[in-house]
Design a protein around this ligand. Sequence first.
Ligand SMILES: Nc1ncnc2c1ncn2[C@@H]1O[C@H](COP(=O)(O)OP(=O)(O)OP(=O)(O)O)[C@@H](O)[C@H]1O
Ligand SMILES: [Mg+2]
Length: 349
Amino acid sequence: MQTSIANKVRVRFGRFRRRFPSFKEGAYIYITLGERQVTLPLKERLGKGGMGEVWLSQWEGKKVAVKICSNHSLRARREAGMAGREHPNLMRVLGGGVCECRGLPAFAVISEYIEGANLKEAKAENLSLNARLYIAREVLKGLAYLHENNIIHRDIYMENVVLSKEGQVKIIDFGLVKYNSEEDVEETDPGIIMGNPSRSSPEQLTSSQFSGTYSDIYGWGCLMYYLLFSSYPNADYYALNRKNDGKGAELKSNLPKFLFDLFMASKQREDVVVCDEEKLERANIPPALKEAVKSALFLNPSKRPDTRRLLSIMERLAINEAAAVEEIKEAVARARKAVENAPTQLASL
Ligand SMILES: Nc1ncnc2c1ncn2[C@@H]1O[C@H](COP(=O)(O)OP(=O)(O)OP(=O)(O)O)[C@@H](O)[C@H]1O
Ligand SMILES: [Mg+2]
């Protein structure tokens, strides 16, 4: 029986969660980093995603973040491959290696710790337009660096961009990166989808083989659209097209198939933009920004601008950088306070 696109996406994201147990605060992991063995304490869980758990730790006197994944995770190895690639708008990866935790073989990736909050936690969609434009522009700068180095991120969305308490904007989570020059085992299986229905490009949801730097442009368009409207464009486009057939409740499971069909059926069509275009038209934002978002969300990847072109559009917008940084610092402080005041898991038991 053929697996549906929706199922394939679910399999991809659900597999790890089911197989791997959680770690405990106060535990240690022993990582083999090349010739060295390092022991890192797990101090506080920073996040839990499809790929593994991210913990705050300490290494050589500095705070670091450690992502612990299943030993078989190609995603972890891809992320470790980012070590040595440095840019102010990218999380700095320090290294990675096999480890063991609670008797299970695992793989750990050590990165700089960014003391801050991701865009979702910081409720970045509620910031001033100036701050949102600044964030979007900084993300583009990080993407431009990746693309110049033939690397595709493939997972740009709200939780994968972190704001630091100093007001910096950093792309994190390199688990889906594709190094264009290298053979990638997962890439050879067209049945595996590297993405997420709510925010990945239609070509990425069709087959991982179709993804390119243009898929990050689409990801950037989704991020900007979310910052403007608090919703992702894929869902808006789907909802528009399904408005009258009473299938709204099935939105989640139908969306990947819908985008797959759309991509396969009208790849050549020049005019399809995957979003609610009227909503975008009505928005009280500079026309150049509307154009930038619209062009990034073209169904046809070849119609999307490249990072440099998009960056030049964003750089022409009047952005008050100092004001944006101040606003971001406040948003991060608010988000961190909210986390501190939230009842702990223990307290809620
Ligand atoms: N270096 C870091 N410094 C601070 N926080 C981090 C760092 N890395 C990750 N986080 C936090 O942990 C969360 C999950 O991290 P990440 O996205 O890398 O994990 P993931 O397992 O790949 O998640 P998913 O598959 O759901 O995208 C992030 O949204 C962020 O809040
Ligand atoms: Mg992530």
